[in-house]
Design a protein around this ligand. Structure first.
Ligand code: ATP
Ligand code: MG
Length: 397
């Protein structure tokens, strides 16, 4: 079943100049963000960067000092949380322990459709319309429960459910309200690793089925990358970069973005442009900076999968390193090395098991390791941390 009325377009959310301080602490700095209707937008960033505060401002649970929130093209600044037609799911799902799953899921609808008298014990049975309203509510609860595959659990209490089942009940309780926008604040962080991976795909599927706007908060970049149509990477109350997961991974706007996105994290090496298209790193030269002025301090970012064991006399950009440790992860290997120069900068190399075995057979995995650098996963940043756009990294052929 689709929660949206058929034919109605999903509502977008537009944030303009949202600023917030708690006492002297500036938590959000004039955030502008246009979230399209039907999008799965993830706010990701380190702990304390302001993600939850921004989400709570959208929900109306927190008031901004400045700026405005619009949902479906209309300002909601003057609306109470329950009038905004948004549903919020938190990390702690706070189900009512004494109620069944069905009771938990029906509560938001009972609050909306029954009068106070119709909800009170004893008196409620005097209402002639209550049985009809309750039948309607239970039919909707059942339909949502079927969508979430928890229909067989409707008569259980929360204590009789697994973590993932409880999480789905919390989602169901939010879904029955047919929100225009779904807000989620780290809803999976209480689940164990395996269940988290499973629920990631369930949430992505749920989003596709409902077709409504999801705004999702996490500090886990893998979660952000796997589920979202777009990701807003936040740090210290600002959005550092907004884009698709591929944008952030393949074209990080700053060193900070490059460092945050990617697991294991990107290798960062300090160097200096030599003015002839090369970067000098610890006595080595990588021909990766065409058009960058001599003497420019740069940071070279190389994704772990952009490094490959190569013969010492490889034709193309190469870094010389010392292999410290090789980790077998089954389908792939992580090679932990340090740059051969005096600086001893750490390097992580990620290769498939097949590539590892071939390199080992060819005798390429000795203590002295030559690493071919693939330009596709290599990024250049200036001293200010901003990406240096080089038209085409040398050696890309
Ligand atoms: N009610 C409050 N009073 C004072 N400071 C607050 C309040 N709520 C949040 N803060 C502060 O505002 C900053 C942002 O908090 P917020 O909860 O938005 O961060 P977050 O990005 O969600 O972090 P996390 O990933 O740890 O959940 C933090 O420094 C926090 O201590
Ligand atoms: Mg938070």
């Amino acid at each position: 079943m689709g929660v949206r009325d058929s034919g109605r377009l999903a509502d977008g959310v537009v944030l303009s100049g949202i600023a917030k301080s708690f006492g002297p602490t500036r938590v959000l700095e004039a955030i502008d963000l246009a979230i399209e209707g039907g999008e799965f937008l993830t706010l990701v960033g380190p702990s304390g960067c302001g993600k939850s505060t921004l989400l709570r401002i959208i929900a109306g649970l927190e008031t901004a000092d400045a700026g405005s929130v619009a949902i479906g093209g209309r300002s909601v600044d003057h609306l109470r949380p329950d009038e905004r037609d948004v549903a919020m799911v938190f990390q702690s799902y706070a189900l009512y322990p004494h109620m069944t799953v069905a009771g938990n899921m029906a509560t938001p609808l009972e609050m909306r459709r029954l009068t106070l008298a119709e909800r009170l014990p004893l008196i409620r049975h005097l209402s002639p319309r209550r049985p009809r309203v309750m039948r309607g509510i239970m039919a909707e609860v059942r339909a949502v429960a079927e969508t979430l595959q928890i229909a067989h659990l409707l008569d259980r209490k929360p204590a009789q459910l697994s973590g993932g089942q409880r999480q789905r009940v919390a989602l169901g309780r939010a879904m029955v309200r047919r929100p225009r926008v779904f807000l989620m604040d780290e809803p999976l962080s209480n689940l164990d690793a395996a269940l988290r991976v499973h629920m990631r795909s369930e949430l992505a599927e749920l989003h596709a089925r409902l077709g409504i706007t999801f705004i999702y908060v996490t500090h886990d970049q893998v979660e952000a990358m796997t589920m979202s149509s777009r990701v807003a990477l936040m740090d210290q109350g600002r959005i550092l970069q907004l884009g698709t997961p591929a944008d952030l991974y393949d074209r990080p706007a700053t060193v900070a973005v490059a460092r945050f996105i990617g697991s294991p994290p990107i290798n960062l090496l300090e160097g200096e442009a030599d003015g002839t298209g090369g970067v000098r790193i610890d006595g080595m030269r990588l021909p990766i900076a065409p058009g960058v002025a001599a003497g420019t301090r740069v940071t070279v970012g190389i994704r772990p999968e952009a490094l490959h064991p190569a013969p010492a006399r490889h034709d193309g950009p190469v870094l010389r390193a010392r292999l410290k440790r090789a980790e077998n992860l089954g389908a792939e290997w992580m090679l932990h090395a340090t740059l051969a120069g005096a600086g001893d900068a750490p390097l992580v190399v990620r290769i498939t098991a097949a590539e590892h075995d071939a390199a080992a057979a060819a005798g390429l995995l000795g203590e002295d390791l030559a690493l071919a650098v693939s330009p596709a996963g290599t990024h250049l940043f200036g001293a200010d941390g901003a990406r240096i756009a080089v038209r085409r990294l040398a050696g890309a052929a």
